[in-house]
Write a protein that binds this ligand. Structure first.
Ligand code: SAH
Length: 678
């Protein structure tokens, strides 16, 4: 069977449908999956085990047989826990075929063949009764179907169905209950991920301010969850305006309703400020008493010593539709709406019961201004970064003349507006802003691919300044923005002989790092709570090596602390003043390891050289101390290449002198291949 996978082609900037065989999809899914991360989550695993043991005991104490239904068994872990805890029989349901196969192998290998039946189905397809998938209904319901938003992976409809058709009325559930918590905060940093702040431009004829159109100001944004490693957000980046409050709970041992609903709580601000953001996380109680609790609470809510690092469950950031002032002690109502899969919030002045009943509006936020569809949250943050904007302004001031004819190639860029205010006459390009800033007749949007640019688009003028940030929404890895280079090549015939290209060049940089935690997501587990899960390790390894080409993967490293073990090194340069070459750009070399630690992998990023002495890094900002702790660009993802074997050096004397590398940019595909030897 063949499947089609949508993928952006970095040489054309276009989305293309690539035909892949069936294996491709699932190798991608396994290789990039969170299974390893879950198996490394000791806190989660031990608490599930405790909860399962307690549930089996309660059922046995009642003199019943313990029949377990494990929905979404994955590796079979929770079913094996149940069987070990004395359950009489387990039905382990898994919809993803490769995982169901793995579960089967793992269950056999661990000797639970007669206690656990793996069913490769979606739980809603499972049949009960003689000749069915399950002999009878279960009396213990075990699942782990939660995402960072709790309900985003469909836990509610799955539970609703299971209670109707698959489990008995008085059943035990592990987890027993989930509770969602919220806290109101003001945070310029997080607010900058959702609204465009005014951009200040110091022009020759005074300060100009680029404002966002009112459609954008009042737009509720998009409903997709913003999940981040909140523990990496320093307390100086937000102000707490309320205590932590319970928003709602779900009891999984009773019938669950998935239909849309809302929850309302009253908050009493502990401080006056601008209400902008709702921070949210959840915990699960593995037993009815709440003694076995697994929580995602961030560092300021619980002691740091109790923090378990995990990437499969993080914390959520919700943006209120508009920022609103709140006063200390003056109560406000916070409403959470949810549908089957997502949540959204609204804040109102506290009102009486009767008034409250009248307001039951449940539509989820829909972007009306288009900007939230064009820019994701990190991109908003990037555009709002005044430091970054200043670098572009400084560079534009150096290259622009009053008779410059500019062409900007970047997605949803403010560069044309900046260029206009800085004096350029002709700036073909882009959308909405122009109206809000009365620039419709000054800036022209060309709705054509660079290859299709004609001299009539340019009114027969030659381009004297070609600019880009560069940024393209389809880019996944840092070097995919090299599409700018391809576009520049495509418009070569329209460039004047003394054209200035901004940025004039880019360079690829690389550094060897030790991750504090991120290594877990790609590291084999061996045994988990005493169960042999090496089959899973092998499966992940096999998928990572699929096609024998290990690839770098994108990660926003500001969320994943690491320390540098080598100096950063420039490995390739791309000269935008020239066209894309026909031949590959290759480099080989070695980097010296300077600090002791475990070499988990290499991090790669791009730097853009806007003009002489002005560069923008999309990766490393600085190495902040002697220990080698790194500070990363907070708006960009960097490329991480995990080494398949790690080297540990306890002392400097057993440091291998160097890691050797071979890196190749293939202009035909726009991709970068790499190989490292330790
Ligand atoms: N129980 C395992 C794995 C949890 S990951 C553990 O705790 O380690 C969740 C798994 O549930 C995924 O493998 C996913 O494919 C599966 N899944 C999610 N919803 C399901 C459903 N309704 N029916 C069957 N499998 C489901």
């Amino acid at each position: 069977m063949k499947t089609f996978c949508g993928r952006a082609n970095p040489t054309t900037g276009a989305m293309e449908w690539v035909e892949e065989d069936e294996d491709y999809d699932y190798h991608q899914e396994i290789a990039r999956s969170r299974y390893a991360d879950m198996l490394h989550d000791k806190d989660r695993n031990t608490k599930y085990y405790q909860g399962i043991r307690a549930a089996v005991s309660r059922v046995k104490e009642r003199g019943e047989k313990a029949i377990v239904l494990d929905i979404g068994t994955g590796t079979g872990l929770l079913s094996m826990m149940a069987a070990s805890a004395g359950a009489d029989f387990c039905y382990a349901v898994e919809v993803f075929k490769p995982m169901a196969n793995a579960a089967l192998k793992i269950v056999e290998k661990n000797g639970f063949r007669d206690k656990i039946k793996v069913i490769n189905k979606h739980s809603t397809e499972v049949t009960v009764g003689p000749g069915g998938d399950m002999q009878c209904r279960a009396n213990i319901l075990v699942t782990e179907l939660f995402d960072t938003e709790l309900i985003g992976e469909g836990a509610l409809p799955t539970y609703e169905h299971a209670h109707k058709y698959l489990v008995r009325e008085r059943c035990e559930a592990v987890p027993h209950r989930a509770t969602v918590y919220v806290q109101l905060v003001e945070s310029k940093r997080m607010w900058s991920w959702n609204k465009l702040f005014p951009v200040h431009v110091e022009a020759e004829d005074g300060e100009k301010i680029i404002v966002s159109p009112s459609e954008m100001e009042n737009c509720p944004g998009v409903p997709s969850v913003c999940d981040i490693q909140l523990n990496q957000m320093p307390s100086s980046d937000f102000t707490i305006l309320s205590d932590v409050v319970t928003m709602f709970s779900v009891d999984f041992s009773k019938p669950v309703k998935s239909a849309s609903t809302y929850y309302r709580v009253q908050l009493e601000p502990v401080k006056s400020g601008k209400a902008q953001i709702i921070l949210s996380w959840w915990d699960i109680d593995m037993d009815p008493s709440g003694m076995i609790n697994c929580t995602m609470a961030p560092y300021w809510v619980k002691s740091t010593s109790a923090l378990q690092w995990r990437d499969h469950w993080m914390q959520c950031v919700y943006f209120l539709p508009n920022e609103e002032p709140v006063l200390q002690g003056e109560k406000v109502d916070l409403t959470a709406w949810r549908d089957e899969y997502s949540l959204w919030y609204k804040l109102q002045k506290a009102r009486g019961e009767e008034e409250n009943k009248a307001d039951v509006r449940v539509e989820s936020p829909v972007c009306r201004c288009q900007a939230h569809l064009l820019w994701n949250r990190p991109r908003f943050g990037e555009l709002n970064d005044q430091n970054r904007t200043r670098q572009y302004i400084k560079s534009l001031k150096k290259v622009l003349k009053t008779d410059s004819v500019c062409l900007c190639i970047s997605d949803g860029s403010l560069l044309p507006v900046l260029a206009h205010y800085l004096g350029a006459k002709q700036v073909p390009y882009f959308f909405l802003f122009f109206k809000a800033n009365h620039l419709e007749d000054k800036i022209k949007i060309i709705e054509a691919h660079p290859e299709l640019l004609t001299s009539s688009h340019l009114e027969d003028k030659k381009i004297s300044v070609l600019m880009g940030e560069p940024f393209f929404t389809t880019s996944l890895l840092p070097w995919h923005n090299l599409y700018f280079w391809y576009a520049r090549t495509a418009v070569t015939s329209h460039l004047s002989s003394n054209v200035t290209v901004l940025p004039q060049s880019a360079s690829l940089h690389m550094m060897i790092v030790e991750f504090q935690d991120l290594w877990r997501i790609r590291s084999p587990c061996g045994t988990c709570e005493g169960f042999d899960v090496r089959t899973m390790d092998d499966m992940i390894k096999n998928s990572l090596n699929f096609r024998e080409s290990k690839e770098a993967e994108p990660h926003p490293l500001w969320e994943y602390p690491c320390k540098s073990l080598s100096d950063p090194q420039e490995v390739l340069t791309f000269d935008f003043r020239k066209s894309v070459p026909q031949h590959c750009l290759s480099t080989e070399g070695s980097v010296n390891l300077l600090r002791k630690g475990t070499s988990h992998g290499a991090v790669l990023w791009m730097e853009y050289h806007l003009a002489a002495d002005i560069s923008i890094s999309t990766g490393l900002m600085q190495i902040s101390n002697k220990k080698g702790n790194c500070e990363w660009n907070p708006h960009c993802k960097q490329a991480v290449y995990f080494f398949s074997s790690v080297i540990e050096s306890e002392t400097l004397s057993d440091l291998p002198s160097a890691v050797t590398y071979a890196i190749t940019f293939n202009p035909k595909t726009g991709e970068i291949a790499m190989d490292f030897k330790l």
